[in-house]
Write a protein that binds this ligand. Structure first.
Ligand code: BGC
Length: 767
């Protein structure tokens, strides 16, 4: 096994603790205080949680500086996921108990060495190791947005589970995931990291991911702490520009942006991360409203909140804090427990407590929340329990995980067009031209937020390898790159045209490089970069049918490319098994079943565009641009692809939609049924979607809201009835007084294959 880093490790000495007084304290703590606490509690009627008692026992031993140390988190010196702050004395600070957690340290060897340093500190409080394990670890899974396109909650949970198994085996205790930010703006590069635009789907996915990461619960050797981020509303950055301000109504916040966080909390998310943005003028990191009133107040959250990278210090440029000292004060008072990389707490918190500006109880509360997690993880009992070389070795190249990655990857692919059933491809007797900058790409399949394994691309399956090595395939293949992902060089066009002319069909690979979507990767144009569109146009002129594979971390605007192609397959960034998953779909071994988790705009001018918008007082009835309606004069309102859209190699017919009653009273339930028939030639999976509209209410309601979905698999000719049960819970919304309740009246119940194509039934729901 090769490791890229040794910088920090070289500074680490292996010496054992020499502080006998501290050792004695430690002995007293574990041999006498903790067991006697546990014994004592048995005799009491009103017992305190045993972990709380242990936490209190440790807290009592801590100096103010040691308490502040627990709230301090640094990155390693070799991986930076934010602006670099040089700090040459991390070793010394760990040894003196001034650091509670490190991020960007991976591998048993490294985590062990740093933990050994922590064991030299006076109280031997173990370090927490956090890392951005966003979509897989050794086995890279599809981007979270791509996984959301599977609408397959158990596959998504499984993906997070495997990420937890692999990363915990490499010494990691804590992942900074899931990112549960709703976003309706594909210019924002971080849409790749979330579950898309819908609150209902996003909440279910948030839950699945937390369950996956935390498995059987903290304390299991294969569980890592989840971190619901970025609290809150980060995904609504003005103009889709990363880190930008957010200005939104409190109702939208509650209704659209907060529910996935609540779902993550309910699923047991051990930690939360706050966010860079200001929300209505208050930086989230310094927001008491978000952290104290909502999260730790109304929601009674018992985990801890970590700041985002440097976000405490960034309250100074925001114009909210005068200096780092006042930023530290605002953040801790607002409920930010751990300072990631600002050094605001480290440099100012102790003095703020001494001066009386920050009550010690506030610091104690933050420390207790963090210590609690260290106890739950079992680190006090054994700080090295995640440092098992054998386990790391086992999961380093673990084949069953690659199979799972392949399965999730093919489920994430979305078929957008398939004219004349050009797909699936025949396995024999064809000349296939493979053209485009991603045919042999490796790392570009991993996408942003994938862990770099230097020089180890051996496990990544390229599109070329996937298609040409496929079992039973005897087609002949030609290749030309044509052009780079970006840049203006067209010198490769001619070779690409020759390949096209000599082929029966051209499979073209286009899209974004792995670092074109992600943090700080906002784009104002969502078109294909470089000269890729021109390459498509040139190939189309040969008259050869094009199967277009689009690799991207966000919805792109690529209408011209779609027009020029016979088939379009949205492959996102699929991870380690990309080429195999693509081949499974292209050869028809897997009938594509992905559905878009975000609306795809016609042009950037429609953004923000989302299916669950309000109707307005002058709704445009159709896509025709009549006068004085809410429409564009140069563009239809409808999107290029609707939320929930995706094709299959087979076709599904929706019929016989029925409701159990047209008048429903109070807490009665409404059952909605629909018959789905596979009318095509292939066995296939359909995602049946249920939407609802409250036709008139005290607060205007969206034209439709997703309230349920079911995935069913049908053989050709097979037909099945699908039913949904609707209760008053599904009718609830935040009214003008921000009370979450339902109102009687008329409701439009809709069922269909996507948000743009639904059948309707109208019902009246009485109190
Ligand atoms: C990102 C977080 C991430 C953190 C640590 C920040 O820049 O916004 O999502 O977890 O860095 O890498």
């Amino acid at each position: 096994m090769q490791w890229q880093y040794n910088l920090f490790a070289m500074k680490v000495s292996n010496g054992m603790a020499k502080d006998w007084i501290a050792s004695l304290l430690y002995l007293v703590l574990f041999v006498f205080i903790l067991p006697s606490d546990i014994l004592a509690q048995k005799n009491r009627t009103k017992v305190k949680d045993p972990i709380d008692r242990k936490v209190d026992s440790v807290l009592r031993l801590m100096t103010l500086e040691e308490k502040v140390g627990q709230l301090n988190q640094y990155t390693s010196d070799w991986i930076f996921t934010g602006p670099i702050t040089q700090d040459n004395d991390k070793v010394g600070q760990i040894k003196s108990g001034m650091i509670g957690s490190m991020l960007n340290v991976t591998g048993v060897e490294h985590t062990r060495k740093l933990q050994e340093l922590a064991m030299q500190s006076r109280l031997k409080i173990p370090l927490l190791f956090g890392h951005d394990v966003i979509h897989g670890f050794r086995s890279t899974f599809p981007l979270p947005l791509a996984e959301a396109a599977s609408w397959d909650l158990s596959a998504i949970e499984q993906s997070a589970r495997i990420a937890a198994i692999e990363s915990s085996a490499a010494g990691i205790h804590w992942t900074f995931a899931p990112m549960v930010d709703i976003s309706r703006d594909p210019r924002w590069g971080r849409v790749m990291e979330g579950a898309g635009e819908d609150t209902y789907l996003g909440s279910l996915i948030a839950k699945a991911r937390v369950k996956g990461f935390q498995g059987n619960g903290l304390g299991s050797l294969d569980a890592v702490m989840a971190c619901a981020k970025h609290f809150a509303a980060y995904g609504a950055a003005v103009a889709g520009r990363d880190y930008n301000s957010v200005d939104m109504s409190i109702r939208s916040l509650w209704e659209t942006y907060l529910p996935p966080f609540k779902a993550a909390l309910d699923a047991g998310a051990a930690t939360f991360m706050n966010s860079f943005n200001d929300l209505n003028g208050i930086p989230a990191t310094g927001s008491k409203f978000l952290q104290r009133d909502i999260l730790k107040g109304k929601w009674n959250y018992s985990g801890f909140v970590v700041s985002d990278w440097g976000s405490i210090g960034e309250m100074v440029p925001h114009g909210y804090s005068e200096n780092l000292r006042s930023a530290a004060k605002s953040a801790i008072l607002a409920g930010s427990d751990m300072d990631m990389e600002s050094r605001a707490y480290k440099n100012h918190l102790a003095e703020l407590v001494r001066s009386g500006e920050v009550p010690i109880s506030v610091v104690d509360d933050a420390v207790k929340r963090i210590l609690r997690k260290k106890f739950e993880l079992g680190l006090f009992e054994d700080p090295f329990r995640f440092s098992d070389e054998k386990r790391q070795e086992k999961y380093w190249n673990y084949a069953p995980h690659l199979e799972a990655a392949r399965d999730v990857a093919r489920k994430s692919i979305v078929l957008l067009k398939n004219k004349n059933q050009v797909l699936p491809l025949a396995k024999q007797g064809k000349k296939i031209g493979l053209v485009g900058p991603f045919v042999h790409a490796l790392k570009d399949h991993l996408g942003f937020w994938s862990i770099e394994w230097p020089d180890d691309t051996s496990r990544i399956i390229s599109t070329w390898k996937g298609l040409t090595n496929y079992p039973g395939v005897t087609n002949s293949f030609l290749y030309a790159k044509g052009c780079d992902i970006a840049g203006v060089d067209k010198s490769g066009f001619e070779a690409a045209l020759e390949v096209a002319r000599a082929s029966d069909i051209v499979v073209m690979t286009v899209g974004e490089a792995r670092d074109m979507s992600g943090e700080a990767k906002s784009r104002s144009s969502l078109r294909l970069p470089g000269v890729q569109q021109e390459l498509i146009d040139a190939i189309a002129k040969t008259g050869k049918p094009i199967v277009l594979l689009v690799h991207a971390g966000r919805p792109l605007v690529f209408d011209k490319a779609v027009d020029a192609s016979a088939a379009v397959v949205y492959t996102w960034w699929l991870g380690t098994q990309a080429g195999n998953a693509i081949a499974d779909v292209l050869y028809g071994t897997y009938n594509p079943s992905g559905r878009l988790p975000m609306t795809f705009p016609r042009t950037e001018g429609q953004i923000p565009i989302y299916y669950n918008h309000l109707n307005t007082g002058r709704p445009a009835q159709t896509d025709s641009q009549s006068l004085y309606v809410s429409a564009y004069i140069d563009l239809p309102n409808s999107p290029y692809y609707h939320f929930g859209y995706g094709l299959s190699y087979t076709t599904f017919d929706y019929s016989n939609m029925e409701v159990s009653d047209t008048i429903i009273r109070g807490n009665q339930k409404l059952t909605v049924r629909v018959r789905i028939t596979n009318t095509g030639q292939y066995k296939g999976k359909e995602t049946v979607q249920l939407y609802l509209r409250d036709i008139s209410a005290s607060v205007v309601r969206p034209v439709k809201e997703l309230k349920g979905f079911q995935q069913i698999e049908l053989n050709p000719g097979e037909s099945r009835e699908v039913s949904f049960v609707i209760t008053t819970e599904d009718l609830k919304f935040y009214n003008d007084a921000l009370v979450f309740d339902w109102e009687p009246g008329y409701f439009d119940i809709m069922i269909g294959p996507n948000a743009g194509k639904v059948m309707h039934k109208k019902v009246e729901w009485l109190k």
